[in-house]
Design a protein around this ligand. Structure first.
Ligand SMILES: [Zn+2]
Length: 448
């Protein structure tokens, strides 16, 4: 299961997450004193002093930059090839890996991270120095705490890597995270078969039981990574049709698997059956999540990861979910993460239209140019109280670079509001506080 393993390691921003990991080194903490941090100002307001919350992070195994680079390059080469086995696949994959490795080194998150580490630690911004700075830190949990303190990151929202609905035990300090739970694996026929489920009602009950356990264990949101496998628009399906569809999917033989677990079928009728029973389960989930005060967190973004398709990430079909009377009655909150890029204009429309729809800037927060464009689009149309900072990464330095970048770009955009659009200092400060932490505090119920 080499492919499965490689892809499990990488989320949208997982590659960079891996890069900014460490191994145990010789020296202790090297985090510079807080006093040395630069001011990032909008008029009299210093954004460096405003606390941040990272609304979307992952935890990955710690590894050197070189090791993580190799892992992500393999994952992206895999993702760039069809999920079905074919003659010569391994040779072609091996041919693609060096190109992906080189490509990643030149991407904005890597350039930005090297420069952030360079200016923060007073070293030349090279890959070798990034490795050396990271390797100086002995204890991962201390490293997280030091960097979070340095960049005033009060807490992170961590997506659990487990399929068990329990609070994870990550390397993050225990008092500095809340968690969400990914439901991707639970929607696949394999999960249901392993549990002896034979009909759609049993399946619905089993799924909602897991969700209820999540809520009891303090979970703050259910993550839908399904744009990696299928479209994110959901039809209303009757129980009878869903049951028939489940039986079709159970009986069919997949021709391959995406991410090692999401089945792919060669005929359209079986694919339609898979998506139909999933739609039935997801509509039930959306209502239940609202009742349990769990956010529904949906991946919407096409970038970096070669598995991501523009057609499957198109969010326009979510309109019918947002206007569904049962879902509206349940009061379910939706968080469309990674800004929806390149559909951020559609996401801006949704967050301006629906009080229960939010977005975060995770992953794009490592790209100053794109972040500026996306922030202008969102703030141009919707309240800052609908927008959250996030990183989508996991390494301490990458989390820190992401929020440093967020503050700088936010300051640039808000300075235009102050200098040219007539916004008051108080308006600008309110918007900065909302994007950096206030919205996430409210949406994810963070008290720490
Ligand atoms: Zn993610």
């Amino acid at each position: 299961m080499r492919r499965r393993h490689a892809l499990k390691m990488i989320g949208l921003g997982g590659a960079a997450a891996l890069l900014a990991q460490n191994e145990r080194g010789e020296a202790g903490s090297v985090v510079p004193p807080t006093a040395s941090r630069p001011e990032i100002k909008v008029g009299p307001v210093n954004l460096s002093m405003i606390e941040a919350i990272d609304a979307h992070t992952h935890e990955r195994p710690f590894a050197t930059a070189s090791k993580s680079n190799a892992t992500y390059a393999k994952g992206f080469a895999d993702g760039a090839l069809p999920p079905q086995p074919f003659l010569g696949r391994d040779a072609l994959r091996d041919q693609l890996i060096p190109a992906f490795a080189q490509h990643w080194e030149q991407m904005p998150p890597q350039v930005g991270l090297r420069n952030y580490i360079g200016r923060t630690y007073g070293v030349e911004p090279t890959r070798e120095n990034v490795d050396a700075v990271i390797a100086r830190h002995r204890d991962p949990t201390d490293y997280y705490r030091e960097k979070m303190d340095y960049e005033r990151i009060a807490a992170v929202v961590l997506q659990s890597e487990s399929t068990e609905p329990v609070r994870p035990k990550p390397l993050f300090p225990d008092d500095r995270f809340v968690w969400t739970f990914s439901i991707g694996p639970l929607l696949q026929p394999g999960w249901a078969k392993e549990r002896g489920i034979t009909d759609i009602e049993d399946y619905r009950r089993a799924l909602l039981d897991v969700v209820a356990t999540c809520a009891n264990n303090g979970c703050r949101g259910i993550k839908l990574p399904i744009a990696y496998y299928r479209p994110i628009s959901f039809k209303k399906v009757s129980r009878e049709d869903a049951d028939r569809a489940l039986k079709v999917a159970f009986a069919a033989k997949p021709s391959g698997y995406i991410e090692g677990r999401a089945p792919v079928y060669d005929d359209d009728a079986t694919t339609a059956a898979l998506w139909a029973y999933e739609d039935y389960l997801l509509n039930a989930l959306f209502i239940q999540a609202g009742k349990l005060n769990l956010n529904i967190v949906i991946h919407v973004c096409v970038a970096l990861n070669t598995l991501l398709r523009a057609d499957w990430n198109d969010p326009r079909g979510l309109y019918s979910t947002f206007t569904d009377p049962d879902i509206q009655r349940a009061g379910t909150r939706f968080v469309l993460i990674h800004s929806g890029y390149p559909y951020h204009h559609h996401v801006a429309s949704f967050i301006s239209q629906f009080p229960n729809v939010y977005t975060d800037l995770s992953y794009v927060s490592h790209h100053p140019g794109t972040l500026e464009e996306v922030l202008r689009v969102f703030l141009g149309l919707a309240p800052a109280e609908k927008i959250m900072h996030g990183s989508d990464f996991s390494g301490p330095e990458a989390l820190a670079y992401s929020v440093d970048n967020q503050r700088r770009v936010l300051a640039k955009v808000l300075t235009d509001y102050r200098s040219h659009f007539g916004w008051t200092d108080r308006d600008c400060e309110r918007m900065a506080r909302a994007v950096l932490s206030g919205t996430a505090r409210k949406v994810f119920g963070i008290a720490v």
